[in-house]
Design a protein around this ligand. Structure first.
Ligand code: PEP
Ligand code: NA
Ligand code: MN
Length: 603
């Protein structure tokens, strides 16, 4: 990994020589610089300013309709040895990929400006923080990185002071001057059919070509803070995780920190911004997507949110599902692929119960509820996003930028499971907790490819984000646990279990505080619970259900552990572990054997 300013200058010179931009700009992160970039993007048609009376300092970007999501099939882990990428990643031979990248990056910034964006993941200078330098030819990326990370002069000072940094190169892949010298007209959202989102875990390097979309282009986020950081963390004894982080404060003064991993579309942002319905608890937000955790000298696990903003899915975010997010989005927001109202504000499915009578949809086309009924077109793209600073969240914790982090008391793993998996189960120990994480599965919804209801394994919710062999990552989790004298409690949760009538058995959303409340009381031994094959479950009367009307039969059903269902669950896990190869830790096979034995005893 490079260190220091000299290496940074050399990096920029090398990339400029390769990509041949018209100009090179070192970003300092100032308001003036930001205003200049915004002005340019408005002129270029990249950003539509929203009505300042309704949504001050906020903008709408409409992407190329072919560039709306993470490009998982074009995402590569280029480790020296193929087996180090493991069965769940696309591997590419590093020398070959370097040749390919050299080819596509040659001259790719002709006619454009190359921006140098120094950034810090985590509070600048914090004990768990790290820096990087993203080079990009996209002003949208610069403006978004300014929200999602800490960019500019303070990060540059870290680099100048000798901090090691991760080099990250990004281009939208559409030069404005051809190799023959002809000038081409720019478009509001430049991108390329050719895409490469590549990671070199040994060299801690990122190269991304052809996409302007968040997860592919804001390289501090998934590429650095998860894929590259997970490889660094493996080598250094810490954890880089796809998790939210919150604090629960009790009226008696006790407080707890909870980290939780859920696959996409399982409500991570909603739980991160939960407004407690139990008067004794207040929830405050640290982060909604990524957590870095390190064992402390006290034997506990200390966590930070390395990001500075939220890049959240807009559709489904509304007053009833996440009122805190709605209040976070009142100003200074970059929206991407949402609909535009006639008075210059934004709208998306789920923001309000009924849609406005007339909109401009995410592709700039006229949209009415009638047109939608005829064509099935949504007003916003299903993966439409908001990009907003974390400090705007009304529930943001006053300590969220503490560079030392906070000690984690409880880790949750969950997925979307219509059957089998109970509302909550507390692990007996770290080994069972790692088993929970390794076996997370989530049902496909109608919106995704594949058969509806089919289980997709998404271990630790890291399937698209682990920078090395998934089974080695499980082994690393076990090892980190060994280094903790006061490990967090670990639990499996499932908000999505359904009854025979297809209705959700548990109300979810803000009511989930009742589950956290029980898990914390249980982990401190305040309630006995009911030990069973899959962990310790709440007895129905142990849950605080004050003010909630719940059919007692539904409550029993959401807590039921069905031995037959779990036996086939165990068979599925065995097949899955086998498919992951010989690196699967013995401890996890032992956990599976314990599960089977306990199920056999239960019947
Ligand atoms: C992203 O696509 O950039 C992203 C944040 O992904 P997800 O919300 O699926 O984790
Ligand atoms: Na995505
Ligand atoms: Mn995520």
């Amino acid at each position: 990994m490079p260190r220091g300013l000299g290496a940074a200058e050399q990096f920029v010179a090398d990339i400029a020589a390769l990509t041949q931009p018209d100009a090179v700009v070192w970003c300092n992160g100032s308001d003036a610089e930001h205003a200049r970039l915004i002005g340019q993007m408005i002129d270029a048609g990249t950003l539509v300013p929203l009505n300042p009376d309704l949504r001050p300092d906020s903008f709408l970007a409409r992407s190329d309709p072919r560039d709306v999501a993470r490009a998982e099939s074009a995402t590569f882990i280029c480790s020296a040895r193929e087996e180090d990428a493991g069965p769940t990643n696309n591997w590419a031979e590093p020398t070959q990929m370097r040749n390919t990248l050299h080819e596509v990056f040659t001259g790719c910034m002709r006619g454009r400006t190359l921006y140098v964006v120094p950034f810090s993941m985590g509070p600048v200078g914090g004990r768990l923080s790290q820096v990087g330098i993203e080079i990009t030819d996209s002003p949208y990326v610069v403006a978004s990185m300014r929200i999602m990370t800490r960019i500019g002069a303070p990060a540059m000072r870290e680099i100048a002071a000798g901090a090691r940094w991760v080099p990250a190169v990004h281009s939208v892949g559409m030069p404005l001057v051809t190799s023959g010298g002809t000038r081409v007209q720019d478009v509001p959202w430049p991108c390329s059919e050719t895409k490469y989102i590549t990671h070199f875990p040994e060299g801690r390097e990122i190269w991304s070509f052809g996409s302007g979309y968040g997860g592919n282009a804001l390289l501090g986020k998934k590429c650095y803070a998860l894929r590259i950081a997970s490889a660094i963390a493996r080598d250094e004894g810490w954890l880089a995780e796809h998790m939210l982080l919150i604090r629960l404060t009790h009226t008696d003064g006790r407080r707890y920190h909870v980290a939780a991993a859920f696959p996409s579309a399982c409500g991570k942002t909603n739980l991160a911004m939960l407004r407690s319905v139990l008067p004794e608890w207040t929830v405050s937000t640290f982060g909604d997507d990524i957590v870095w955790m390190r064992p402390g000298t006290d034997g506990r696990l200390w966590a930070i949110n390395p990001e500075a903003g939220f890049f959240g899915v807009a559709p489904g975010t509304g007053e009833s599902t996440n009122p805190t997010a709605v209040r976070t989005l009142t100003q200074n927001v970059i929206f991407t692929n949402v609909a535009l109202t006639d008075d210059g504000d934004v709208w998306w499915e789920g923001l309000t119960d009924s849609p406005p009578a007339h909109l401009t949809d995410w592709q700039g086309q006229e949209w009415t509820p009638e047109i939608a009924a005829e064509t099935g077109r949504t007003a916003a793209h299903p993966n439409a996003r908001f990009t907003v600073a974390a400090e705007q969240c009304p529930l943001i914790d006053s300590d969220w930028e503490d560079g030392d982090g906070v000690p984690v008391d409880l880790i949750l793993f969950g997925g979307r499971r219509a059957s089998n998996v109970p509302l909550a189960a507390l692990a007996r120990d770290w080994h069972q907790g790692v088993f929970y994480g390794a076996t997370i599965a989530s049902e496909r919804t109608a919106a995704a490819e594949g058969t509806v209801g089919e289980l997709r394994r998404d271990p630790f919710a890291m399937l698209p984000f682990c920078g090395y062999h998934m089974a080695d990552y499980w082994a690393h989790w076990l090892q980190v646990g060994d280094s903790l004298t006061r490990p967090p409690a670990v639990a499996a949760v499932n908000w999505f279990r359904k009854g025979p009538d297809g209705q959700f058995l548990w109300p979810g959303f803000a009511e989930n505080i009742r589950v956290l409340d029980w898990l914390l009381r249980q982990s401190e031994g305040q309630v006995p619970g009911r030990a069973c094959a899959v962990g310790t479950l709440p007895e129905p009367e142990e849950l605080n259900l004050d003010g909630l009307e719940l059919d007692p039969a539904d409550l029993r059903e959401v807590l039921r552990v069905d031995a037959a269902g779990w036996t086939s669950e165990a068979d599925g896990i065995a097949d899955y572990f086998t498919s992951m190869g010989t690196a699967v830790p013995k401890v996890l096979w032992e956990e599976l054997a314990r599960l089977r034995a306990a199920l056999a005893a239960q019947t």
